[in-house]
Every structure is written in structure tokens, then in C-alpha cells.
Design a protein around this ligand. Structure first.
Ligand code: SGN
Ligand code: CA
Length: 508
């Protein structure tokens, strides 16, 4: 059958302009893959020190077919606040969720609700962590709190169920199932597939138990940082590999006394006999060797770092396979061209840099987050962006894609011009950051700051201590130059910047 004359006319008009036909005729699908604590240093597309030894080939497919963002940041480097910012397009002080202890007010405007109103099918599967019941989703199945790696519980509307297996694989299966169930709805979809992995305590999946056991990973240059020149917060935190990382739950060297502990019960204690036997076959000999070696001092720190990397990176391999599975599905269904696939994390993570694990600080490893976007009909394959972008920006980006109006109260910027390769002239020139969870786990003091892509100003306001870094000469932030007379003008400028950012975002 011949196409009606108006369609031929449409195709002609749009083949002459930049916007592809798909964008005009059909609204795109959105697959938002959100992971927990995935450091950009552990994605091979970012070419860091771990890239060759622990590649992430499927996550890298998104960079190969799409755009790699080199300067993607979060407003507040901690789980629940990051998730609340993604949903609302608002800084923590504006959406009311500042710490992991707060409850999300699900009655406020979120982008999933607006997509639902715009006739999208919406779903959320995996980690949620916002305490209140999800709103704005046609379908949701979420982990309680942090969730479990083995045989995880899921909260579903009106019930809690326990699933047998490994959490990353289960979240993938549930996501594929929902995708295929809604396939014939005639509506575009927006799925948030939110992995628990690679969150502490980095429990490897059954398929990756032996992965990396014969690999020695390079240490970061500042594994033995002494925090000289930094403010007291860096010295007084509780997140070092040396002191904070536990041999039991973190490094899996359980002893009999541990079996009553909460961390034992929610990890090793949840495994069935078969899972435990496979686990013990790998970790049993490691425990024996460790006990014989009687390590101490820097040798012990280096050993812990190797164990940490082997577990953390193997947990990521399962996530990489999950990304491969969903991309394969979209390809097989012919959905790849007009689906935006986003890969990002709720924040970054320390992989031994500054001697740490965890996040929270405004230093690069945790303030920055990985961000890859693939949407073949719009984004040029293999492209990169150095624009300052934020987890604030997703809500407005997705709403623009759905041709739904974003409320003027939202505080981000749509990334669509950047995806199309054109950074607008009036793009933001700096970012505002604020962290509030103190006192709290890992003892990171409250701070706020401004970053312009090169200079970073941090204020620990309860102690009135300052830090100032020039990332161009000091990319690993080892040298606080706040007292350096030559930096005075730049410091003054960044203080003004911080003040105007706070005004812009209505921060007291
Ligand atoms: C748990 C972890 C912490 C982690 C927080 C917040 N301890 O308390 O290391 O910082 O979650 O993580 S654990 O012993 O329970 O693993 S977040 O990603 O949810 O913000
Ligand atoms: Ca997290």
C-alpha cells in the first residue's frame, strides 16, 4: 500500500530539517538505569586506572552509541537526597529531603507523575529508599530500605514478597517482564530500573564469585593520604579502609561471634545452602590465608583495598550484564532508535582515593557521578560533553522529551540541546552543592560549596572552615589553597558565586 500523500509530505519536510522523523511522529521511550554508588572510576568508558582490568563492555555500549558526560555532578552526594532531586528537579532544601533519615513527601510534583499525565506508562523497579510509598508509577516493585543482595524482599502495592536469587538478576528479569507486558499498550514508556548494586557490602553474585580473584588492582596515588592542608572534616571522618572497613561484613571474613549481628543476618545469613556452599568455596581459603599472613600497617591496608576492589568490581560485572540484557531486548524489539537509555548513579564513590570508601564529600570522586546517554535518533554516536550537568536536570529533560510542560519551580536545565551537540551560550557556569547528614554514619561534617568546572570552594559552615582547590593543577584535591595569597581573587569570585547560587535556588 502506498503511503498517504500527507505522510510523504511530512517525511520530505523533516528529512530537510535537523529533527529526525521519529522525534516528530512518536514520543520517545525512556529507560533510566540508576545504580547505587557506582564510581565513574569503575566504568571503562571513562578510561580510569581500573578500565583495562575490570572492563564494563555493556555500559560502554551506551558511550559508543551515545554521549559520555565528563562533568556530571550531584546536588548532595548521598542516596535518598539524590533520588529525591532526580524525581523533583529540586535541590534538597527545596524538596525537603536533606538526609537519608528524612521521609520523601510523595504528594509533591515529580516528573513520573507529569509523564503519567502525559500518557506515558511509568514503572519503578528496584531500590527506592525514600520511605514513603512511590507515587507517579503505574507499576512499582521496590526493595525495602537498602534491600538485600541474596533472596531479596520486594515491597509491592499492599504486600511484601521474597524472591529467590541474586538481586541484580531479579531486578533485570522484572524490568524485562514489565517492558514486554506493556509493549502493546500503544503508549511510550518510562522505566526506572534501579539497582541496589554496587552498594556496600558489595556481595558478589553467584556467577561472579571467582571473578577477579587472580587480579591485582592498581592503588590510587593517595591511598595513604594524611589530610594535611585539608579542613578538620577530612581528618575526622569515619570512612577509611584502614579503620572503618570491617573485616567481617565488608570483607566477608566472618567468625562465629558475628552470626548474631545485624550485618550477618542481612547478608550471608540470607543465603540458602547452595548459595552458601558456593560462597564458602571462594571465601573459606581467603580467610585461611589471611589468618596465616598476620598482616599489619600499610600491608594490611593494601590487602583490604585489593579485597574491596575484587568484590566491588565483580558486583559491577553483574550490573554490566543487566545493561547488556536490556539493550539486547530493546534492539530485538526494534525500540533502540527511539528510546533514551540513561546510565547514571545516585552519586560517585571512593575506591581508595584519600584512603576512603563511601561518598558524601564534595570532592570529585563522590560529587561527580557517571552519566552516559544513548538515543540513536538524536544523539551522535561516540560523542562527549564537558558541560556542567547535574542530577537536577533529568526531570526537565524527560518532560521536554514527552512534550509535557515542566513547572517553572524546577531548578535544573533540559539536557536536550547538549544531546543534540549544541551547548547553549547561557548554560550554567557553576554548580551549588550541599551535604547535611551530620552527625551520622561516616561522620562527614555538613558543608556546602560552589564549583565552576575548575575551581572548587567548600565551606564547612558549622566549624567555619574553608577549602579551595584548583582542579587544573591539583585534580586529586590534595592541596587546599584557601590560605594561599595568590588565590585571593579567585576565592573572592567563588564566594560571590556561592552567594548568588544560594539566592537563585532560594537557599537560606
Ligand atoms: C549504610 C552503609 C553506609 C552507607 C549508608 C548510606 N553501612 O548505612 O556505609 O554510607 O548505608 O548509603 S552498611 O554497613 O549498612 O553497609 S546510601 O547509598 O543509602 O546513601
Ligand atoms: Ca548511594
Amino acid at each position: 500500500m502506498r503511503a498517504p500523500i500527507y505522510i510523504i509530505f511530512f517525511l520530505f519536510i523533516f528529512s530537510c530539517s535537523k529533527a529526525p522523523v521519529e522525534e516528530v511522529l512518536q514520543r520517545p521511550n525512556i529507560l533510566f538505569i540508576f545504580v547505587d554508588d557506582h564510581a565513574f572510576q569503575a566504568i571503562s568508558a571513562y578510561e580510569g586506572r581500573l578500565a583495562e582490568l575490570a572492563p564494563t563492555p555493556n555500559i560502554d555500549r551506551l558511550a559508543e552509541t551515545g554521549m559520555k558526560f565528563n562533568k556530571a555532578y550531584v546536588t548532595n552526594s548521598i542516596c535518598a537526597p539524590s533520588r529525591a532531586t532526580v524525581l523533583t528537579g529540586l535541590h534538597s532544601h527545596a524538596n525537603g529531603l536533606r538526609t537519608n533519615g528524612d521521609v520523601f513527601d510523595g504528594s509533591q510534583i515529580t516528573f513520573p507523575k507529569l509523564l503519567q499525565e502525559a500518557d506515558y506508562q511509568t514503572a519503578l523497579i528496584g531500590k527506592w529508599h525514600l520511605k514513603s510509598e512511590p507515587t507517579g508509577f503505574d507499576h512499582w516493585e521496590v526493595l525495602p530500605g537498602q534491600g538485600h543482595y541474596y533472596n531479596p524482599d520486594f515491597i509491592i502495592p499492599g504486600d511484601t514478597i521474597k524472591e529467590e536469587g541474586y538481586v541484580t538478576e531479579i531486578i533485570t528479569e522484572k524490568s524485562l517482564k514489565w517492558l514486554s507486558e506493556q509493549k502493546n499498550s500503544g503508549k511510550p514508556f518510562m522505566l526506572m530500573m534501579q539497582h541496589k548494586a554496587p552498594h556496600r557490602e558489595w556481595e558478589k553474585g553467584p556467577k561472579q564469585l571467582e571473578l577477579y580473584e587472580d587480579v591485582t588492582f592498581p592503588e590510587p596515588d593517595n591511598l595513604f593520604d594524611d589530610y594535611s592542608s585539608r579542613a578538620s572534616a577530612a581528618k575526622e571522618q569515619d570512612m577509611t579502609i584502614n579503620k572503618t572497613m570491617r573485616l567481617s561484613s565488608d570483607l566477608k571474613l566472618w567468625s562465629d561471634e558475628d552470626s548474631a549481628s545485624w550485618s550477618y543476618k542481612r547478608t550471608y545469613g540470607r543465603m540458602n545452602e547452595k548459595q552458601r556452599d558456593a560462597w564458602d568455596a571462594v571465601y573459606g581459603p581467603i580467610k585461611e590465608q589471611f589468618e596465616e599472613a598476620k598482616l599489619s600497617g600499610t600491608e594490611l591496608i593494601s590487602w583490604k583495598y585489593q579485597r574491596y576492589m575484587r568484590d566491588y568490581l565483580a558486583v559491577i560485572r553483574a550490573v554490566d550484564e543487566s545493561v547488556g540484557a536490556v539493550l539486547d531486548y530493546l534492539e530485538a524489539e526494534g525500540l533502540r532508535e527511539n528510546t533514551l537509555v540513561v546510565y547514571t548513579s545516585d552519586q560517585g564513590f571512593y575506591l581508595g582515593e584519600h584512603g576512603w570508601f563511601d561518598k558524601r564529600f564534595m570532592y570529585e570522586e563522590s560529587f561527580r557521578t557517571p552519566l552516559l546517554m544513548s538515543w540513536p535518533s538524536i544523539i551522535e554516536a561516540g560523542s562527549e560533553s564537558d558541560a556542567l550537568v547535574s542530577n537536577l536536570d533529568f526531570a526537565q529533560t524527560f518532560l521536554e522529551m514527552a512534550r509535557a510542560e515542566a513547572p517553572s519551580s524546577m531548578q535544573g536545565m533540559s539536557l536536550i540541546p547538549i544531546m543534540k551537540g549544541k551547548q547553549p551560550e547561557n548554560w550554567r557556569s557553576s554548580l551549588y552543592y550541599a551535604y547535611y547528614e551530620y552527625p551520622g554514619v561516616h561522620s562527614v561534617k555538613k558543608h556546602e560549596g560552589a564549583f565552576d568546572g575548575r575551581f572548587k570552594l567548600i565551606h564547612y559552615y558549622e566549624e567555619d572552615e574553608w577549602e579551595f582547590f584548583d582542579l587544573e593543577s591539583d585534580p586529586t584535591e590534595m592541596n587546599n589553597i584557601y590560605s594561599n595569597p595568590e588565590s585571593l581573587n579567585q576565592i573572592q569570585r567563588m564566594k560571590e558565586e556561592l552567594k548568588s547560587l544560594k539566592q537563585e535556588f532560594g537557599q537560606e
